[in-house]
Design a protein around this ligand. Structure first.
Ligand SMILES: [Zn+2]
Length: 451
């Protein structure tokens, strides 16, 4: 039976690094956000960033962990150029949280540590950028509770959403989320190191599960993931667990977590995606599927709630999920890149709700909202004379013209093919610049054709 466990590394979105005051900005010139602490100069002393610690604690609480009231840091020794002091400050014996549960997956532990620098390979040589060195990382270790790759992906997708609700993680971050994947099928345990992004995580697990059917691992293995080729490759086999020679980090004090802090952090935990989607079904009477789609995306959920204050929630949900998302996908944009103002959305959907614009016009306006900056729907609709036309005599003129231009469809309709009418309606919409009231159009067309 397949058993999968994940170790997720999440970069926290703090302004400064975890043990020094350097900026966490990654876009700056390489090695510009560094100091003697994050470069590990002899004699430099780390100081714990309160914000990073509290954010780690918040994650542990949100994932239902038991909190260790006394926690401390350790040095994990290894020698590699991305780690100038030859050890990483992490937590070993006493992580912030243990024994949690999230989405029915048991969480073994959650701890805080520092990210190493980034190695940039350039053909025959390698450069090191220490801007990343010291960025706070939270490691979330699950028990091997996943039965397949899909479950693992779904767990991580949800985790990312909830981390954004917790305001501890910024999806745009370049090195954002990385995972080590443990998978055993019939043989020994295989670890796939450093896989980035949900799709790659799922692909790596699917590949490895298949591979182990043909090549049953006899010894524990560490493997890498080649994203381009879509394969894992052997890095090393191992007889026993790695020995990192952990020792206590005596430059940092023992941290006691008092009840006051604990309660304060507990209270700061907002509504997470599961609860939110339940509330959307009960308060706004949305169906379960729509409620989930909205709740699983912080920006979408916020937009929906603002719009639903002023517009019928059904209309708001349908237009945000169906039309907005479709158009975003079509134009290869994400909600993170563009700013959809709730006010614009309300302006547009109110006009639609009050039957002042047609479905077609609303769609057209939605495209402009995505592709144009500072676009104002109301003004655009007024300037372009797009208010829905319900004046019967005007509609009759368009209908007569449309009937002349679609003789075959009209004949087909007369002969009993109901669907042919849609073609004639389409012609009227075209002639009216999509502004004719479609209900009135149908009624008048039927009357004119039957005469
Ligand atoms: Zn620094």
């Amino acid at each position: 039976m397949t058993k999968i466990g994940i170790e997720v590394h999440v970069q926290l979105n703090t302004k400064s690094k975890v043990f020094c005051s350097c900026s966490t900005k990654q876009s700056d010139e390489p090695n510009s956000n560094v100091c003697e602490i994050c470069c590990g100069f002899p004699g430099s002393k780390p100081v714990l960033n309160k914000e990073a610690f509290e954010k780690a604690l918040k994650i542990a609480l949100a994932l239902g962990c038991r909190i260790n009231k006394e926690t401390f840091f350790s040095r994990k020794s290894y020698f590699y150029p991305d780690l100038p002091k030859n050890f990483q400050i992490t937590q070993y014996e006493s992580p912030i949280g243990e024994n949690g549960k999230y989405m029915s997956i048991r969480i073994r532990r959650i701890h805080l540590e520092e990210d190493p620098g980034a190695l940039i390979h350039k053909g025959s040589y390698c450069l090191v950028d220490y801007n990343r060195s010291g960025i706070p990382l939270v490691e979330i270790v699950t028990e091997p509770d996943f039965k397949n790759a899909k479950e693992a992906r779904e767990f991580l997708r949800k985790l990312i959403t909830d981390l954004s609700y917790l305001d501890v993680y910024d999806k745009k971050s370049e090195f954002g989320l990385k995972a080590d994947l443990n998978i055993s099928t019939t043989g020994a345990k295989v670890e796939i190191k450093n896989v980035t992004g949900l799709k790659d995580i799922e692909d790596a697990l699917v590949y490895e599960e298949e591979r182990q059917k043909d090549e049953i691992p006899r010894k524990n293995e560490t493997r890498g993931w080649n994203s381009e080729k879509g394969i894992t490759f052997l890095q090393r086999t191992k007889e026993s667990e790695d020995d990192y020679g952990y020792i206590t980090e005596t430059d940092l004090p023992l941290i006691e977590i008092g009840n006051k802090l604990l309660n304060q952090i507990k209270e700061s935990i907002p509504e997470l995606s599961e609860e939110k989607s339940e509330r959307f079904t009960s308060d706004y009477k949305l169906n379960e599927k729509d409620a989930k789609v909205l709740a699983n995306n912080k920006k979408l959920a916020e937009l929906f709630e603002k719009v639903a204050e002023k517009v019928n929630p059904d209309i708001a949900a349908k237009w945000i999920i169906r039309d907005l998302m479709n158009q975003l996908n079509y134009h290869k944009k994400s909600l993170n890149e563009i700013e959809i103002k709730a006010e614009s959305m309300i302006d547009l959907l109110k006009l639609f709700e009050e039957k002042k614009i047609t479905d077609n016009t609303a769609k057209q306006v939605m495209i402009n909202m995505i592709t144009k900056k500072n676009f104002m729907p109301k003004k655009y609709i007024e300037d372009n004379n797009l208010i829905m036309k319900s004046d019967d005599s005007q509609i009759e003129k368009w209908c007569k013209e449309a009937i002349k231009e679609t003789k075959k469809a009209v004949e087909d309709y007369k002969n009993g093919n109901e669907k042919s009418l849609n073609f004639v309606v389409g012609k009227v919409m075209q002639l009216s610049n999509k502004t004719a009231n479609p209900d009135a159009v149908r009624k008048i067309l039927v009357k004119l054709i039957r005469k």
